[in-house]
Ligand binder design. Structure first.
Ligand code: DQQ
Length: 575
């Protein structure tokens, strides 16, 4: 009897310590040293939970000195499921994270079948509120409200649901099971708060406007704030102002002549995040976008690779707007089950309006540079045709690389009509190993020594009618010897200034993800890759030029990256 009691006590204590992360039976996510061979794709400085499924970032905010990230999580499996919850982590620097207890789980009739995406709004007096989508008992999508239990806890560990949820239901003209993902609210001059919500009616994608004075009583406008034909449902809309000058961000409620507005939408059918710049006409509750959605490569995207269901927030501590995006896997469902996890968050990016006023610029938050360790540099190195130069002396599987290429006389560039070609198709036809005139040149990352595996992030330069354009590609076609992977090659065009004749590239490499920022962050491409040879110390990094004209590496700096602390469990919540 005594032995049984002792065993029970031991099991209880063991599971308590395990749950609280005081003892761990698997290596914490992370360092080059700690990643076991069986987990070569686990990242070292990209946010992810210790195990199981993660998708959209939810409700990011800065509150009392602490950054908060909630996210869509299936705590029971490495695949999406029918009981999705809001997991919750906090950070002092956006890079090292503490995992807290789950913030919101199904419990009310209005969210009993899942707690889907939503946002945080910080109300006057520093009072955060969460709006999220509940999948109710009838599998209909409704919007719910939750508030913190204790505002003096900067970690906001506990959230209380409004007892009379839901606070919004689909209006006429919106399908009952396609009304989701409330945005952060902004305050109008009339004293009313407004949010946008994604929706669908048949083939139409809609963004619906909700208005309130108290966050409890809402009117939902059946007239869409934005409408697109033949697209299907809009997911995770985001609506915010950007300054017309400079990189500083502004509060979501800012509305004056110094700002323009961004409407971002995701389409489930074409899972990319598209954005429109335009003018917000607050008195008419409408948005005049500069461009229309065309379903072609002309549409602006945050990222031309894997990056979806993103969300921004205004970080008033540093006057910047920060963007998070979900970076999905490119391997199979069975791989995810075998790995025991799926899904990453991008490195948070500062986002602002480009000087041209025609697109946004994104750049990894400065805090990530704290992880930079050993540095190697190359300056003034001419890459003649068919050059391959190794960047050695750093951990190529976990690195940050910045490079500036100097172009030859671009008069010699090949001609192209960018309106007649899809850059993504061009990237897969004119892939990295093909020879052009100016380019392909760029980085070959997560490469094996014999180059049989490599992910090339590269450029080609073209002469278009009346201007010069660059093509930026991320070529996954040779990223792995494994066959069962999505190896889609991504790409986009951008304008090249014939006066500067330089092209910049920064890539954040982290075992199975490469986030690349071309032209100072004007073109971004994120790739997931799963090399079988180029892992850990067998991964190499090169600069290359396969164009017939030489290009010069005028400056390259590369750093080994340290491991972020992302496996840390909040212990206070265990006691
Ligand atoms: N993911 C959530 C939805 C959202 C979708 C469900 C986007 O709220 O529309 O996990 O990835």
């Amino acid at each position: 009897m005594e032995r049984l009691a002792a065993t029970v006590l031991f099991i209880c204590l063991f599971s308590f310590l395990l749950n609280c992360g005081i003892i761990q039976i698997e290596a914490s996510p992370g360092s080059v040293d700690s990643i076991p061979e069986t987990q070569p794709y686990r990242t070292s400085y990209h946010f992810q939970p210790s195990h199981n499924w993660m998708n959209d970032p939810n409700g990011p905010m800065y509150y009392k000195g602490v950054y908060h990230l909630f996210y869509q999580h299936n705590p029971y499996a490495a695949t999406f499921g029918d009981r999705i919850i809001w997991a919750h982590s906090v950070s002092y620097d956006l890079i090292n994270w503490i995992h807290l207890n789950n913030a919101i789980e199904p419990s009310q009739p209005s969210d009993i079948n899942s707690c889907w995406s939503g946002s945080v709004t910080i109300l006057p007096g520093e009072k955060p509120v969460i709006l999220y989508t509940g999948i109710d008992a009838n599998k209909h999508q409704v919007q719910n409200l939750a508030t913190p239990k204790n505002l003096s806890d900067p970690f906001l560990r506990e959230w209380i649901k409004y007892p009379h949820n839901p606070i919004m239901r689909p209006p006429i003209g919106v399908e009952l099971d396609n009304f989701r993902d409330p945005s952060t609210a902004w305050l109008g001059k009339d004293g009313k708060w407004r949010v946008v919500i994604g929706a669908q009616n048949g083939d139409e994608g809609k963004v619906i406007l909700g208005q309130t004075e108290d966050f409890v009583n809402w009117t939902v406008d059946a007239n869409p704030f934005y409408l697109s034909e033949n697209t299907g449902v809009v997911e995770c809309p985001d609506f915010y102002p950007v300054s017309i000058e400079g990189a500083n961000g502004v509060d979501t409620s800012e509305e004056n002549l110094n700002v323009r507005h961004v409407l971002k939408i995701g389409y489930l059918r074409i899972p990319h995040d598209f954005y429109f710049l335009g003018k917000y006409l607050s008195d008419q509750n409408s948005f005049m976008a500069d461009t229309k959605f065309t379903g072609t490569s002309l549409d602006l995207r945050y990222d031309y690779g894997k990056f979806y269901a993103s969300k921004t927030f205004f970080d008033y501590a540093k006057s910047r707007r920060i963007l998070w995006g979900w970076v999905n896997e490119s391997d199979t469902r069975q791989d995810d089950i075998d790995k025991g996890w799926a899904g990453l968050q991008s490195i948070p990016r500062q986002v602002w309006l480009d000087k041209s006023g025609k697109r946004l610029v994104q750049w990894p938050v400065e805090e990530v540079e704290e992880l930079r360790k050993e540095q190697v540099s190359i300056t003034g190195e001419k890459l003649v045709s068919k050059s391959l130069l190794e960047v050695s002396g750093i951990t190529a599987s976990q690195a940050d690389v910045e490079v500036l290429f100097e172009l030859p006389d671009i008069e010699n560039a090949e001609g192209i009509d960018p309106t007649k070609v899809d850059p993504q198709i061009l990237c897969s036809e004119e892939y990295a190993a093909q020879s052009g005139i100016i380019g392909p040149f760029g980085l070959s990352a997560l490469a094996s020594e014999d180059q049989t595996e490599q992910t090339a992030i590269f450029f080609r330069i073209y002469k278009a009618p009346n201007r010069y354009i660059g093509l930026m590609c991320s070529d996954q076609s040779r990223s792995s010897l494994r066959k069962d992977l999505d190896k889609t090659t991504y790409g986009s065009f951008f304008d090249v200034d014939p006066k500067t004749r330089t092209i910049s590239l920064r890539s954040l490499i982290d075992h199975s993800i490469i986030e690349s920022f071309g032209e100072g962050g004007r073109v971004c491409i994120t790739s997931r890759v799963y090399p079988s040879l180029a892992i850990h110390e067998n991964a190499h990094l090169y600069v290359f030029n396969n164009g017939s004209q030489s290009v010069t590496v005028s400056k390259l700096n590369a750093w080994s990256m340290g491991k972020a602390d992302i496996g840390h469990q909040d212990t206070i919540s265990c006691f």
